[in-house]
Design a protein around this ligand. Structure first.
Ligand SMILES: Cc1ncc(COP(=O)(O)O)c(C=O)c1O
Length: 398
């Protein structure tokens, strides 16, 4: 089928919840995607920060193939070796002791909200009802009811009111506003280390440390949503490692299995012990296929210099984008960490994204004016040069 035929069928039969481009990709290798008409693209989106090892990574492909031939699903009534192994690998490489597996980022956030509430519901002699979650303005945590309520963006919530109760929002980076918002009904502060969908917003260096201190002083939980920043995206396995702190709960998804649907909610033993049998569940969560892919993904990231590449090529990308900034007065700022990189414009970026696509380059625009670059973490400097060449051509005509 051609791009046009696939687009028409999508239009006819799939709910219109996405504004899609008129391309349909049929294969991929590394940082290249091929569409149904045979055109090849350079991918600086990686399935929205998902395919961190690039497309068709041999080790992940082999793990999926082997697992698919053996056993895909049995339910969580039984033990699943790959699930236990992946939880162990996360524990060995993070603050977390225990993990709950879901199928998406939003579900991981739902699980985190439930765990925070449950944790305080079983605290003895606290004398207080701690159920409020404070999150950040311009945050993004997903589209399910709880995750949407935690998302501090009116446009995401519009038409779905009333929101789930006991959520409030403070400006990201404003420690005084957070201090004022915390009271004895607060259970947790939920935030992204770097706000992804909100425009790649990076806080001042000490902010996360100060949030951690406030949470400790108030005796409440710090939940980090690392759905976008985790799995090597910022140059470390988890973004919190840059800030010299550890959260109580962390959510993961996107890059965790390089494209196979998976989510994870990870916590310390102390907090995780609030969940017992029957507290929370997911039929598919942590099944053989997704956790085998997850194991292959994390092992590859740790063993194949992917983190170093994310940091090194990320710096190179920022340097090249900053050069462009010197040449175009409508580029306001370049910012990022590792390979979560943004170029903020003084005007909307959607037209630039579309023109790049026509010229064989996939990038993204978020928060209206922010061009976002999320290549696979195996991207090379030569591919960055190629991307910059295409982007410069588009900017010259913008
Ligand atoms: C920080 C963050 N949390 C949660 C989500 C929701 O993840 P999912 O789309 O897998 O439900 C996203 C998705 O972009 C995200 O960036």
């Amino acid at each position: 089928m051609t791009n046009i035929k696939i687009a028409k069928m999508t239009e006819d039969f799939v709910m219109h919840t996405y504004g899609r481009f008129s391309k349909a990709f049929v294969s991929g290798k590394g940082a290249r995607l091929t569409d149904a008409d045979g055109k090849v693209y350079l991918d600086f989106l990686a399935g929205l920060a998902v395919c961190n090892l690039g497309h068709s990574h041999p080790r992940v492909t082999e793990a999926i193939q082997k697992q698919a031939e053996t056993l895909i699903h049995t339910s969580n009534f039984f033990h699943i070796e790959a699930q236990a192994e992946l939880a162990k690998l996360i524990a060995e490489n993070s603050f977390a002791d225990k993990t709950f597996f879901s199928n998406s980022g939003a579900e991981a956030v739902e699980a985190a909200i439930k765990l925070a509430r449950k944790y305080f519901s079983v605290q003895k002699n606290s004398g207080k009802k701690r159920h409020r979650v404070i999150s950040m303005e311009r945050s993004f945590h997903g589209r399910t009811t709880g995750a949407m309520a935690a998302t501090g963006q009116k446009k995401i919530q519009e038409g779905f009111e009333p929101m789930l109760e006991k959520f409030s929002y403070v400006p990201f980076g404003d420690i005084d506003a957070l201090r004022d918002a915390i009271d004895d009904t607060t259970a947790a502060v939920l935030l992204e280390p770097i706000q992804g969908e909100g425009g790649v917003n990076i806080s001042a260096a000490n902010y996360l440390k100060d949030v951690r201190l406030l949470c400790d002083e108030a005796g409440i939980l710090m939940i980090l949503d690392e759905v976008q920043t985790g799995i090597g995206r910022t140059g470390k396995l988890f973004a919190y490692e840059h800030y010299g702190i550890e959260p109580d709960i962390m959510t993961l998804a996107k890059g965790l299995a390089n494209g196979v649907p998976i989510g994870a909610m990870c916590a310390t033993d102390k907090v995780a012990s609030a969940f017992g049998p029957g507290s929370h569940a997911s039929t598919f969560g942590g099944n053989f296929l997704s956790t085998s892919a997850g194991l292959a993904t994390i092992n590859s990231i740790l063993e194949e210099d992917v983190l170093q590449n994310s940091e090194k090529v990320g710096e190179y990308l920022m340097e090249k984008l900053n050069k462009l900034k010197g040449d175009f007065d409508f580029i306001k700022e370049v910012r990022g960490m590792g390979l979560l990189v943004a170029m903020e414009l003084t005007k909307p970026g959607a037209g630039i994204v579309l023109e790049c696509l026509e010229r064989g380059l996939i990038i993204n625009c978020t928060a209206d004016k922010v061009l976002r670059f999320l290549p696979p973490l195996i991207i090379t400097s030569a591919e960055v040069d190629e991307m910059i060449g295409i982007l410069r051509g588009v900017l010259e005509e913008a």
